[in-house]
Ligand binder design. Structure first.
Ligand code: COA
Ligand code: ZN
Length: 315
């Protein structure tokens, strides 16, 4: 037996995946999805998003989902928040992990959260101050900060590396416990990912860093390999490849969890996740969400017969 290096796959299907779909799932369905993901070996799940129900009705039950998720053993439940109010709601419900997001593209930020990127940075500072001023439970909440549209923007086009790196430095200085670099609109290519992520990791040092890729133009998994080359060991993905930002034109799904786990395990890394269990969950979710565009090569073609030999191959 070899001891394989661990890599983290964070499930975002319940958040990024569900924010675009037409059918509103019940709280119980969302929690069943969470429970089954944990049984499949998933540890980190972004279980919901604390946004106004008027903007994304799918997340009207954010507090109930978060409360239910907190009762699932072995699950590190996180939620996305776009502003201070969202963070307050998430912390109040007892979540231990909160993911704040702002966009490197000012134009996307204005569309997504109705304020400039600079204003979003100020909001993040207020969130850190509030978290730190709270009781011991509040103070122990992990605050992640995500930089969306880090590789380009469907509205404004090019996003400079220096803009992203500057934001990462500012967010770290403001108190971010973790950084996520997101290709919200699927513009990234492997060369760009390798170059940017090496620079990001040089700044973040011991602060954990994750990548969040969308497969809009077919380069999602190639970008995962490039990020691995750069040293990233944490990735967001969505079961069945659901997802996309409602505030970015032509956005499509996240990289597919089943295919991402297959890729990472094939690279000799240990995700702790059982792909066959993922395929079974996917079938259930697809039944709940008729007409939604599920993607995935492994779901279509099945695992190769040689796949179980992977440990022998990397030994
Ligand atoms: N959760 C619940 N209610 C919220 C809220 C939150 N996170 N943030 C604001 N509100 C409420 C306010 O209390 C206010 O309520 P009222 O009208 O009863 O007084 C109302 O919403 C408007 O508040 P305001 O601060 O003016 O927000 P806004 O209208 O400028 O919208 C965002 C800002 C950030 C809340 C909104 O643009 C948003 O939710 N964007 C996220 C979009 C998204 O999910 N993108 C995909 C993920 S990246
Ligand atoms: Zn996304």
């Amino acid at each position: 037996m070899t001891t394989r290096e661990k890599v983290q796959v964070r499930e975002v299907g319940l958040r990024d995946g569900l924010q675009m779909v037409q059918t509103i799932l019940s709280t119980e369905q969302k929690l069943e999805w969470c429970r089954r993901m944990v049984d499949a070996g998933s540890v980190e799940i972004e279980v919901t998003s604390f946004v106004p129900p008027k903007i994304v009705p799918q997340f009207a039950d954010a507090a109930e989902v978060a409360r239910g998720a907190l009762e699932i053993p072995n699950l590190h439940a996180a939620a996305l928040v776009p502003n201070l109010k969202g963070a307050q709601r998430a912390i109040e419900v007892g979540l231990r992990k909160v993911h704040y997001v702002l966009s490197a593209s000012n134009e996307h930020n204005l569309k997504n959260v109705r304020r400039t990127t600079a204003e979003s940075v100020e909001d993040f500072r207020r969130i850190v101050v509030e978290r730190d001023a709270g009781g011991s439970t509040s103070r122990s909440v992990t605050l992640g900060a995500g930089v969306a549209t880090a590789f380009g923007c469907t509205i404004s086009g090019r996003v400079e590396e220096s803009t992203v790196l500057g934001l990462v430095e500012t967010l770290l200085e403001a108190g971010a416990d973790e950084i996520t670099i997101a290709d919200t609109v699927g513009y990234a290519n492997p060369g760009q990912v390798r170059a940017l992520m090496r620079k990001v990791l040089a700044i973040t040092k011991d602060v954990p860093v994750a990548c969040h890729f969308h497969d809009t133009r077919g380069l999602g998994l190639a970008n995962v390999v490039a990020a691995l080359d750069a040293g990233v060991r944490s990735f967001d993905s969505s079961l069945g490849g659901l997802g996309g930002c409602p505030f970015a034109p032509n956005a499509t799904g996240n990289i597919n969890t089943e295919d991402t786990v297959f890729l990472l395990e094939s690279e000799g890394l240990d995700t702790g996740i059982d792909i066959n269990a993922l395929l079974a969950i996917r079938e259930t979710i697809a039944g709940w969400l008729p007409g939604e565009p599920f993607t995935g090569a492994i779901a279509r073609a099945g695992l190769p017969k040689t796949f179980d030999l992977r440990e022998a191959v990397v030994a």
